[in-house]
Design a protein around this ligand. Structure first.
Ligand code: ADP
Length: 537
């Protein structure tokens, strides 16, 4: 029955059949009812129809009731005429009551539907608000994590500067501090750019420029990251200039961002290709890598603010998810478009930027060559500096200064993919007499356990390939309980859930970056010397 009433034909059939049956039922009642309430049964059916199946079928029931009663019940029968005034009055009452009932039900139903719609919308809004609040909390935790990462080596570096009289160490630390401050500045720049995007306040300083130079400058800017990860980079570009009307600084930001992502989201030793071509007066730049790839359902959403395709715990390639949103806005401001392609996770990615070209300018763009040269020079200097830094810090990874012992030859393995953070921490605790070794990922940490035999492992959680929880589990499995080194998490993740997870993974202690040196040294003390319960020295 309910199925019949759900389709329109069924509803109208119900109205017609019901009214005809009611009219027919009125005929045997004639001897008792006489002229009284000639429309009684029809009126009941009409109200029932409106209530159950709506006002449209209700109107059909009203019309059928009028015609059927006129023809079958009211004298003269089988004629549409009405013989007496009382019947005419009854007909008028029936029609009026029917119309009033239909209109009232219509209104009540409309109000009811509106109330239901509002309740539904309110529920949806409340759900969206809850989701937005959850995302905001998550985002604040992520922001805190991203800010803590550079803060950790800055804090440790400052402590190291206070404690170490060695000038070589001071030079090295200053270089690291500069780099980490640069990282903080980049985060703040991204946040400011995003706020400009939101306010529609991003402005371009446009001129005619050769896109090949933009690519060259961007490649040089990102070169240190490619080098540090051992990526093989190929750049293909045409012999002839490709002119676009654009803002040099912002276009370099676009291309450098895509290249940085290619470097970040590709395993060490990967391949990155950049190529540039023109067809139909559209310049097309492609950045292709053979890295982590992007799931099909995230190819569009990664261009939204705060959106990331990879969980931060899957590796150190965390980020705030702002870069591509800014890239997209900048490309759009240049009347271009950008999109991502990927065959799926683990199968690499390709980012394509299209920009309209413009005719060559009347004057050759000599000044731009100066910019490129200047940039080459600064990159060369940056490379030399980072090479010096690597050379000097290589010495720090295994330091034995047992003469100045406070923590007498405690062997500490430090695992952190932020090399600056790991090395400054290693240098600092070496000053206290610890023997240190630094590893930048889980597998290399596991492979040096037997040879280095650490007493304590200071372990970051967000590591590439194998996260800190997994490394901790494997370290525990590697030792018998009495030989096991103390496992201390040193991480940017500090929420209750993060602490619970690190406890579950078998960590003995959880530090949130940047760690106060004194607190860390207490934790590094051999267990029989007081451990975490000891007071600071
Ligand atoms: P961030 O890198 O800071 O997280 P982006 O907006 O630059 O922010 O990138 C958004 C997300 O898109 C990244 O978190 C990552 O998951 C994904 N992504 C970007 N570039 C690549 C790439 N080349 N390969 C794989 N994933 C990428």
């Amino acid at each position: 029955m309910t199925r019949v009433l759900r389709n329109p034909a069924g509803r109208y059939a119900f109205a017609l059949m019901g009214t005809l049956l009611a009219t027919y039922a009125r005929i045997p009642l004639e001897p008792w009812l006489g002229d009284r309430i000639p429309f009684g049964p029809q009126l009941l059916v009409l109200l029932l129809t409106i209530w159950l199946v709506g006002t449209g079928p209700g109107l059909a029931a009203l019309c059928t009731g009028i015609v059927a009663t006129l023809v079958l019940v009211i004298e003269p029968v089988w004629s549409p005429l009405v013989a007496n005034l009382a019947d005419l009055f009854s007909l008028g009452v029936y029609t009026t009551v029917g119309i009033v009932a239909i209109l009232s039900f219509d209104r009540i139903r409309a109000e009811h539907d509106l109330a239901e719609l509002r309740a539904h919308e309110n529920a949806k809004l409340a759900k969206r608000l809850r989701e937005a609040a959850r995302q905001k909390d998550e985002y604040l935790a992520l922001l805190a994590h991203e800010l803590r990462n550079p803060l950790a080596p800055i804090r440790t570096g400052l402590d190291l500067l206070d404690r170490s009289p060695d000038e070589a160490v001071a030079i090295d630390v200053r270089e690291k501090l500069r780099r980490q401050v640069g990282q903080l500045a980049r985060i703040v720049d991204d946040l400011l750019d995003v706020s400009r995007v939101v306010r529609g306040a991003l402005r371009l300083d446009r001129e005619t420029l050769d896109l090949r130079e933009v690519v060259d400058v961007s490649l040089e800017t990102v070169r240190p990251e490619f080098d540090s990860r051992g990526h093989h980079v190929i750049a293909e570009r045409p012999e002839v200039p490709i002119y676009v009307h654009g803002d040099q600084v912002r276009l370099v930001q676009v291309v450098a961002n895509l290249l940085t992502n290619a470097a970040k989201y590709t395993h060490d030793g990967g391949r990155v290709r950049v190529d540039l071509e023109v067809s139909d007066r559209i310049a097309r730049l492609r950045v292709v890598d053979n890295g982590l790839g992007i799931p099909a359902n995230r190819l569009t959403s990664i261009f939204r603010m705060f959106s990331r395709a990879h969980a931060p715990s899957a590796g150190s390639h965390g980020g705030l998810g702002l870069g591509l949103a800014i890239v997209q806005r900048l490309v759009e401001l240049h009347e271009g478009r950008v999109w991502a392609e990927s065959a799926g996770e683990g199968l690499g990615s390709r980012f394509v930027v299209e920009l309209p070209t413009v005719p060559a300018p009347p004057e050759p763009l000599e000044s731009r060559t100066d910019i490129v040269n200047a940039n080459h020079e600064s990159t060369r200097r940056a490379k030399l500096a980072s090479q010096r830094l690597r050379e000097s810090t290589d010495d720090i990874t295994m330091v034995d200064i047992s003469e100045t012992i406070v923590l007498d030859a405690v062997r500490v393995l430090i695992v952190d993919d932020n090399v600056d953070a790991a090395q400054t921490l290693g240098a600092l605790i070496s000053l206290e007499g610890c023997l240190t070794r630094v590893c930048s990922d889980g597998p290399s940490a596991l492979s040096c356990l037997d040879q280095f035999r650490p007493d304590v492992v200071l372990l970051d959680i967000g590591l590439p390939e194998m996260d800190g929880y997994e490394v901790a589990r494997r370290i525990r499995a590697h030792y018998s309980p009495e030989d096991r080194p103390r496992l201390i998490a040193v991480t940017g993740w500090g929420g209750p859930e993060d602490r619970r997870r690190s406890q579950e993974a078998g960590f003995d202690h959880h530090f949130v970056k940047p760690v106060a040196t004194g607190d860390l040294l207490i934790e590094l003390r051999p267990r029989h010397a007081g451990g975490s319960a000891a007071t600071r020295t």
